[in-house]
Design a binder for this molecule. Structure first.
Ligand code: DQA
Length: 138
């Protein structure tokens, strides 16, 4: 089963950025562990700080892969375009967040993705991604 992980803006700084919220592990290190743990999946990883590049990736894989696991980061709360891209494709999409966005500022309570995805997993740290992958296990 082929899954694409897509991370949005500033998630390239995981491990350095606001460690009290996002932890001290880089996503590259974490992704190596994910690939070992879930060796029954073909896992691909893409990160961009640019909204249009995230939309391009969703369109590129959205008709061929079995699933997308997306953390659109700040664009979650602003992007009609990413929401529309998710509506336009055929594969299952899981929205993830590292932090519990509902326990944070009000502007983080709104997601332009949530109503178009299969499910949302948030607040479990990087483990949110593990749980999202698990959800594709038969
Ligand atoms: C985030 C939460 C967003 O509100 C924030 O802008 C991020 C990361 C998370 O994973 O907790 O950059 O998506």
């Amino acid at each position: 089963m082929k899954l694409q992980i897509i991370n949005g803006p500033n998630l390239n700084l995981l491990g350095k950025r606001e460690q009290n919220i996002y932890g001290d592990q880089s996503f590259d290190d974490y992704f190596k562990k994910l690939k070992t743990k879930f060796d029954n999946f073909e896992l691909c990883y893409f990160q961009s700080n640019i909204e249009g590049e995230l939309i391009d990736k969703i369109q590129e894989v959205g008709f061929d892969f079995d699933g997308i696991i997306i953390n659109a980061a700040a664009y979650t709360h602003t992007s009609v375009g990413i929401g529309d891209a998710i509506r336009s494709i055929s594969c299952s999409v899981i929205e993830v967040h590292i932090s519990n966005t509902y326990s944070r500022e009000d502007f983080r309570h709104k997601s332009f993705l949530s109503s178009h995805v299969k499910g949302v997993i948030l607040g479990f740290g990087l483990k949110s991604y593990d749980l999202a992958i698990e959800s594709f296990n038969q």
